[in-house]
Design a binder for this molecule. Sequence first.
Ligand SMILES: Cc1cc2nc3c(=O)[nH]c(=O)nc-3n(C[C@H](O)[C@H](O)[C@H](O)COP(=O)(O)O)c2cc1C
Ligand code: SF4
Ligand code: SF4
Length: 259
Amino acid sequence: MQTLIYVFSGTGNSLLIANSIAKKLPQSKVIPLVDLLKTSLSPKLEDVNIGLIFPVYFYKMPAIVKRVLEENLLPKSKTIFCITSSGEETPNVIYDVNKLLGKNGSSLAFGKSLSLADNSIILKTSLVQRNIALNELDLKIDEIVQHIKNMDHIPLVAPNLWHLTLSPLTKFSFIHLYSAQNRYVDSSCINCNLCTRLCPVENIRNIDGKISIGQNCEWCFACLNWCPTQAIHFGKIHPHKTQQYHAPGIHSSQLSHRK
Ligand SMILES: Cc1cc2nc3c(=O)[nH]c(=O)nc-3n(C[C@H](O)[C@H](O)[C@H](O)COP(=O)(O)O)c2cc1C
Ligand code: SF4
Ligand code: SF4
């Protein structure tokens, strides 16, 4: 059976997971999640498996994923699975996805929270931890692929109450640190337009050679992490080259939303 894997990714961890699954799963296709917002009607396909892969922000799903689920934009399927990528394991998000699917009469067949590396600049994952996570990834992918092939339905783990408490606290401190009102590009910008191509929601524009960051941010941090001159600043956060992160083996062109 065909598997359509919808992915949202700023710095490539989620895309790495999606590509690794697709490599081991014949008849599978990786599709940018944002494409679901571009078509007015989602395809009515009953006989496909649907995958949803995305990063975790503030112990929650990204707003764009929430919108896709609330507006019921995923193609119909009996087997929907969800994989999240994050700095640490965050099982609550899978639970939240299942709840939203439930409102439209659907449910998750299974979900998995994978920890890879944190891309939020201030909470950098050590190289040792990153390598451990990468080394373990292959086995976890094999397990996920097997679940998809078997069309397994696995009960979800109960929410972690500590993470429920942490979520609003992290969001509050991040919004303060990475202030949406004080985001700017400094004079080291070389006008390469990489940030405008990477922004999944067209929140960065090049107006007559000047890069401008809008207010419609998804918090994916693609722009902060990929800018070749570290010219982008979010509030109190001024990324240094050594703090920038992107997933190993993923090239920016694979995440580009515009030519
Ligand atoms: C704004 C923001 C908030 C984040 N919040 C969390 C979090 O609450 N818990 C966590 O484990 N990782 C968190 N992360 C880390 C990302 O979930 C992680 O790096 C993810 O794998 C990035 O995926 P991507 O490379 O596909 O964009 C956050 C990252 C950003 C940019
Ligand atoms: S990625 Fe950086 S250098 Fe390139 S246009 Fe954007 S801000 Fe300028
Ligand atoms: S402005 Fe930057 S962080 Fe916000 S959505 Fe666009 S690329 Fe992502």
